[in-house]
Design a protein around this ligand. Structure first.
Ligand SMILES: Cc1cc2nc3c(=O)[nH]c(=O)nc-3n(C[C@H](O)[C@H](O)[C@H](O)COP(=O)(O)O)c2cc1C
Length: 153
């Protein structure tokens, strides 16, 4: 199955998991960024506000066409119990082009159910696999990743 993993990561957690998944399933990968750094306290507040209000932002141009892939894996940090703004924007722009979808999110401790649910709602698709990783899982994510990947294969 031709697979593209699309992720955003502000501080590297989601990126770490994305790279681990890529090394296990040999998929293409696309990092989404936008023109906001979301740094410092103000950045944190802005990110939380944008995510909870469902705002979009200006994201970088994509290098991989999602319609070329059988499966899109979405990776996002949880922001205010929701999809991080750059990934929300990507989903709003391109979800009509997805065939199959799976997703994962990273978070401190909560908000992951709503985040994963919102990805299903937004894409209008039942996901073939989902996964969340809290700060407790991040140090040892192998087992969860393997379960996530096994459902995709
Ligand atoms: C704006 C903002 C809002 C956040 N909201 C939540 C939240 O609702 N629940 C939670 O457990 N963690 C929350 N976090 C923490 C991140 O989800 C967590 O640190 C994540 O692993 C960061 O991923 P990254 O390093 O890929 O950016 C929030 C972080 C930011 C920046």
């Amino acid at each position: 199955m031709k697979t593209l993993l699309v992720y955003y990561s502000r501080t590297g957690m989601t990126k770490k998991i994305a790279k681990m998944i890529q090394s296990k399933i040999n998929c293409d990968i696309e990092e989404i960024t936008d023109n906001n750094k979301y740094s410092g306290k103000l950045g944190f507040l802005k990110g939380g506000m944008n995510a909870s209000m469902g705002r979009t932002s200006k994201i970088n141009s994509i290098t991989k066409n999602p319609s070329d892939y059988d499966l899109i894996i979405i990776g996002t940090p949880v922001w205010a119990s929701n999809i991080a703004t750059p990934i929300y924007t990507y989903l709003m722009k391109y979800n009509k082009e997805f065939k199959k979808i799976a997703s994962f999110c990273t978070c401190m401790s909560n908000g992951y159910e709503k985040t994963l649910e919102n990805i299903s709602k937004l894409t209008g698709k039942k996901q073939i696999s989902t996964m969340f990783l809290t700060s407790e899982d991040i140090g040892n994510p192998e087992e969860k990743i393997d379960i996530f990947i096994n459902k995709i294969k």
